[in-house]
Design a protein around this ligand. Sequence first.
Ligand SMILES: Cc1cc2nc3c(=O)[nH]c(=O)nc-3n(C[C@H](O)[C@H](O)[C@H](O)COP(=O)(O)O)c2cc1C
Length: 217
Amino acid sequence: MYELRYGWIVVLLSVFFIPLLSCAKESEKIDLPSPRMEGGRPLMEVLKDRRTMRSFSNKELSLQELSNLLWAAFGINRPEEGKRTAPSAMNKQETDIYVAKKDGLYLYDANNNSLIKILGEDIRGATGGQDFVKDAPVNLVYVADYLKMGDSSKESKDFYSAANTGYISQNVYLYCASEGLATVVRGWVDREKLHEAMKLKGSQKIILAQTVGYPGE
Ligand SMILES: Cc1cc2nc3c(=O)[nH]c(=O)nc-3n(C[C@H](O)[C@H](O)[C@H](O)COP(=O)(O)O)c2cc1C
């Protein structure tokens, strides 16, 4: 008799809670639209316009713009080899791009062209020491995972992770110049505080941050 009653409880729990759990899981990931790999302005014109800007409007970037931006930054451009739009020393691909937006912190998953939700809180203010960071729509945080770099020396990991991040950041500069967006790469970051706010692992090292948005007034 008791077994029968518990059986019904299990059935009821499965009917009501399993769909709820799967919804919660789905909402933790945003599938990005396919990046648009055609178009853009001629390279020499873009280089002429590349610059740092530090004034941003609050206007959000669309998912299409985010997809294009992240693909330009460090997306996969040769799927057969899994290689990327920026070079990477010994092809270690240790750099992850985190995206701090008003609605939370996301990790760019280049393989699945999606954003994985890491935190549901707004940590934009923790991504840098300058005033504009807390209100700009997108702050990218470049994080190297030293575990992915094998057993080379710390000096070599520091050097290559910094160099590799530079290429990614320049891709973002060029994409922004092409699309009329504003951007600034930033070394002025309280890395300890941000590491904690992002709940990163000990092997992960914050290299630089970069703000992106529409130009402000
Ligand atoms: C590694 C690196 C770190 C930087 N850090 C900051 C920063 O923390 N804050 C900032 O406003 N600009 C920062 N900049 C932007 C430089 O100030 C800017 O590139 C320089 O003034 C030249 O201007 P341009 O990019 O328009 O040519 C950084 C640039 C680089 C390459």
